[in-house]
Design a protein around this ligand. Structure first.
Ligand code: SF4
Ligand code: SF4
Length: 412
């Protein structure tokens, strides 16, 4: 059974990418009202006074813990795809399986590519995480509502369920089912789902939409279903020390953890955070104690290489990750790391290999964005120069034409 965490006295929030606060210090915000808009919407989980709000963070003091009431529900069959999509956007739905990418953008991209199949990812396979299994047991109606909404938004032909056998998903109305006993830790990754179920291989840089598929986590579909029923996303289910709880988004981690550090996410792919100043966000699927082992130096045993499902030269990636040598990391294929974390338990030196690779990947992505911005600027500068040259040529031609007409008119 999923229990509910009492609301704390204070909520913490970060401003999302391409989003703006709608609040200022001193404002009173009703429960369920938006506190940021833009690409990522966020709403207050309770009635609060804004104790502090700067460019990046906001602190809200709870003054009334009555949860937000629902907006008017939508009838999926009688509502247009664009209105359903707007509801998904404005309810603040984001990928709850770990990515946190805004769901309306994912669905928009899928619509532009004309996908034909929705894959429900219920392959919860990270050790120590069971929030999706708990939701599937209690939230079948909302999940079905979410499936129906996505089916209508994208005019989907086929809905395929990919689930671990621990999921209670028998009641879902889908077209095909792939139930897996004891899935391995990587079976839930999109690229492995498509490979195992449809024999579709994603090459580096490709996404499921390039092959006509959109993959949605079952928890995200539950949130979409609730949004259609009028509930904005102010809470999520998280596995906290093995128990599943509804936690308000913005709950300070210090309300749950007494130590200085905690592991957020699964035992394999999660990361260790400092508890002070950290909070539950839409991607927080697990909270557990962090390992207190001190990492030892790398002995280059190669066990991380052997553990990697992508057959990456992990030892080499690690060597060139701190400080990151971008060109070498690109050539070694860092971008293909699926962040499964299987290299971590393989390491006899207790090195957090994944954390190092994640940091290096962040540098790699920033470098690629910088390069593509530079390439775009160069293309625009070249086009501008070409346009100026063409205009000068046309002006010169008009001048020659005028001269010729003048000479013709005055020749006799
Ligand atoms: S498993 Fe650990 S010690 Fe062995 S090569 Fe990889 S990082 Fe180094
Ligand atoms: S986290 Fe990356 S490097 Fe480590 S095993 Fe998984 S894919 Fe390989």
């Amino acid at each position: 059974m999923i229990t509910r965490q009492p609301l704390p006295a204070r909520l913490l929030h970060h401003r999302g990418v391409n989003s703006q606060w709608t609040i200022r210090t001193g404002d009173i915000v009703p429960a369920g009202a938006p506190i940021q808009r833009g690409e990522r919407w966020q709403h207050a989980a309770a009635t609060c006074v804004v104790a502090h709000c700067d460019a990046d963070t906001a602190r809200l003091d709870v003054i009334d813990d009555t949860p937000p009431g629902p907006e008017a529900p939508l009838d999926v069959n009688a509502t247009s795809a664009s209105d359903l999509l707007r509801r998904v956007h404005e309810a603040g739905i984001a990928g709850l399986g770990g990515g946190g990418y805004p769901t309306h953008l994912k669905l928009l991209t899928a619509a532009r590519h004309g996908v034909h199949t929705l894959v429900i990812n219920a392959m919860e396979c990270e050790p120590g995480i069971s929030c999706d299994a708990a939701l599937s047991a209690e939230g079948g109606r909302e999940i079905q509502q979410g499936i129906n909404a996505v089916r209508r938004i994208l005019a989907i032909n086929t809905v395929t369920l990919a689930a671990a056998s621990t999921m209670q998903v028998a009641m879902l109305d889908v077209d095909t089912r792939h139930i897996r006993e004891n899935p391995s830790a990587t079976d839930g990754a999109e690229r492995y789902l498509l490979r195992d179920i449809f024999n579709v291989i994603l090459t580096p840089g490709e996404y499921p939409v390039h092959h006509g598929f959109v993959v949605c986590n079952i928890g995200t579909l539950h949130a979409i279903g609730r949004a259609i029923s009028g509930h904005v996303l102010t809470e999520r289910v998280t596995t906290v020390f093995g128990d599943n709880r509804w936690l308000p988004i913005g709950l300070p981690l210090s309300e749950l953890v007494r130590s200085d550090t905690a592991r957020v996410g699964g035992r394999l792919s999660g990361h260790v955070v400092r508890v002070a100043g950290a909070m539950v966000d839409k991607t927080t699927n697990g909270i557990d104690t962090a390992s207190t082992h001190m990492a030892l130096p790398c002995i280059r045993c190669g066990r991380c290489d052997d553990a990697c499902p992508e057959h990456l030269p992990v030892t080499g990636l690690l060597t060139f990750s701190a400080p990151p040598r971008v060109g070498t990391l690109e050539r070694l294929g860092l971008a293909n790391c699926v962040e499964c974390g299987l290299c971590n338990p393989a390491c006899p030196s207790d090195i957090d290999v994944l954390a190092t690779l994640r940091d290096a990947k962040t540098t790699l992505i920033a470098e690629r964005q910088r390069r593509s911005a530079t390439a775009l600027a160069n293309t625009r500068a070249t086009a501008h120069t070409h346009r100026l040259a063409t205009q000068a040529e046309q002006r010169e031609q008009r001048r020659r034409d005028r001269l010729a007409r003048l000479r013709g008119a005055t020749s006799d």
